[in-house]
Design a protein around this ligand. Structure first.
Ligand code: ADP
Length: 509
């Protein structure tokens, strides 16, 4: 049975059922009104006619929606690939209740047709295959073409030079075995590709500041990709690299200089904190409450400065892909309580009560103690800084619905406007409303996100302006992590800050 016939039968069946249903309802209504309620025939006829009219209108509306579904999906498919930006998404074929097979086969034909037309530009624009070959060869930028198995089908001479090899060495190899790419966010080439493969026939995308490690050096470039589904030539993906190694390298050097200077602050700071502790121990019993208060503030400020220094150093590590986590089995209640305790003084000097509640029976987690302390430190420090008139901060740990250990830090402070929430985890982002009154760098949340992602968890925020904010993050139970390790070639649980965004699943430790 062909797809069109199938659709015709489907529609007939639906209509038949709908009309049958209407008739049964009307007969039932007639029987109920005349036999059970004993209404006169004229009244029964009027009510049943009204009901019939209402039902017919309703069925017409519902039926037209159903019947038009295939047409709408085809309309979407055509506009989706038509030239120009129509802002129409590819149809979701799984959601189709009628005509699924017909639409799926026609959509495939449309996509095939477009990719063929794209592949034979001479037919549409009157140019020649020789011309395209000549353009590719003369292109002064690295160009790589991949098939749908991600093997290299073509690499021009600049690509070979860029990788310090020859084109013959590249062709036929798996792309990821030759290109060790690192992206600065989780929108990677792989993630994008798996998205477009499901939804589009043609798509393009660009990335900036992509890194590639070669034997001796690190290259940095912007990357452009063009995807073409089921292209008859077998070329699925065309990649063009725009090298910016010099420029981006200079930025990195400037960042390293800052990191180096900040590194030098650590020694005097540690000494300073040591002296403050000695003074506190020796002098506190003899001090007036006012002077003792100053002493506490001095210690809290020195601790804050230490946290700032360690943030800057860690951001430099994240950016240079040098943050390595060593995950160990820990009792989360113990880690969280210890980290929270460290911040009690900082909260107390601001008149804030900091409480920590850990649910019973939490499983152990796999964490890097030093890095996870940074996360808790940053989130509680923010809760203190942005508490406004709020006088309480509640830290809680419990199991989430999907079996992860979830920690929340809730304050009752200034809150965050909805519009700025998507930017909070960006590097250097600071909300303009409070940046003039409250000190900060805009690095804390960026760092928290990188550290939590490297642990294999998620971080999120919920906030109401003027009422307060809750930050939450999840961690994998240790058993899950250990399972992952068992199935991996890499037996050591070591993760980089960019571990989850490496392009190849082999990397995940
Ligand atoms: P900062 O050093 O500025 O605190 P973060 O990256 O830690 O940098 O935070 C980024 C921005 O997010 C802050 O400038 C602030 O506007 C907002 N923010 C973070 N935590 C809170 C909170 N608990 N309440 C209100 N705003 C917050």
């Amino acid at each position: 049975m062909d797809h069109l016939q199938q659709l015709t039968r489907q529609i007939r069946r639906y209509l038949l059922w709908a009309i049958l249903f209407e008739n049964i309802v009307l007969i039932g209504a007639w029987y109920g009104l005349s036999e059970l309620l004993g209404l006169p025939t004229i009244a029964c006829a009027a009510i049943v006619a009204g009901l019939g009219f209402g039902l017919t209108v309703l069925i017409t509306f519902i039926a037209s929606d159903y019947v038009l579904q295939p047409t709408k999906a085809l309309w979407q498919a055509v506009l989706h690939i038509a030239p120009g930006d129509h802002g129409v998404a590819a149809p979701n074929l799984d959601a189709l209740k009628v005509g699924h097979d017909l639409v799926a086969s026609l959509t495939a034909e449309i996509y095939q047709f477009v990719t063929q037309a794209e592949h034979h530009p001479e037919q549409s624009v009157g140019s020649s295959t020789e011309l395209s070959d000549a353009v590719l060869k003369a292109m002064p930028l690295p160009v790589v073409v991949l098939d749908n198995q991600q093997n290299i089908k073509y690499a021009n001479e600049p690509t070979a030079q860029y990788l310090e090899t020859t084109s013959a060495e590249l062709v036929g190899k798996n792309f990821y075995s030759m290109f060790n790419l690192l992206f600065s966010s989780d929108s990677t080439l792989d993630n994008w590709l798996s998205g477009v493969r499901e939804q589009a026939a043609l798509a393009s995308q660009t990335w900036s500041r992509v890194r590639m490690k070669l034997n001796e050096s690190t290259k940095q470039f912007d990357l452009a990709a063009h995807y073409s589904k089921d292209n008859p030539s077998g070329a699925e993906l065309t990649l063009v690299l725009f090298d910016h190694s010099d420029q981006y390298g200079q930025d990195d050097q400037a960042a390293s200089l800052v990191a180096l200077s900040v590194h030098e602050l650590r020694t005097p700071l540690t000494l300073l904190r040591g002296y403050i502790e000695v003074f506190e121990e020796e002098l506190k019993p003899n001090l007036t409450p006012e002077l003792a208060g100053f002493m506490e503030k001095m210690r809290a400020t020195a601790e804050q400065l230490t946290a700032f220094v360690s943030n800057i150093l860690n951001v430099a590590r994240v950016d240079n892909d040098q943050l390595e986590l060593s995950l160990h089995e820990e009792s989360w209640g113990e880690v969280l309580t210890a980290a929270t305790k460290n911040l009690e003084l900082r909260a107390r000097v601001r008149g804030i009560e900091l409480t920590c509640e850990v649910a019973d029976g939490l499983p152990t987690v796999g964490v890097d103690r030093v890095s996870i302390f940074e996360v808790i430190n940053n989130l509680i420090d923010n809760a203190i800084k942005y508490s406004g008139n709020g006088k309480q901060i509640v830290v809680k740990a419990q199991m989430s619905k999907d079996g992860q250990v979830e920690t929340t830090i809730q304050d009752f402070g200034v809150g965050i406007p909805t519009g700025v929430i998507p930017h909070l985890f960006d590097k250097f982002y600071r909300n303009f409303r409070n940046r003039s009154q409250i000190g900060g760098t805009g690095l804390g949340l960026y760092l928290c996100k990188a550290i939590i992602a490297a642990h294999g968890g998620n971080i999120w925020v919920q906030s109401h302006e003027g009422k307060g904010t809750t930050f939450g993050f999840t961690l994998q139970p240790y058993t899950q992590l250990a399972d992952e390790q068992k199935n991996s070639d890499n037996k050591e649980i070591v993760r980089g800050a960019h571990g989850w965004i490496k392009n190849h699943s082999l990397y995940r430790g």
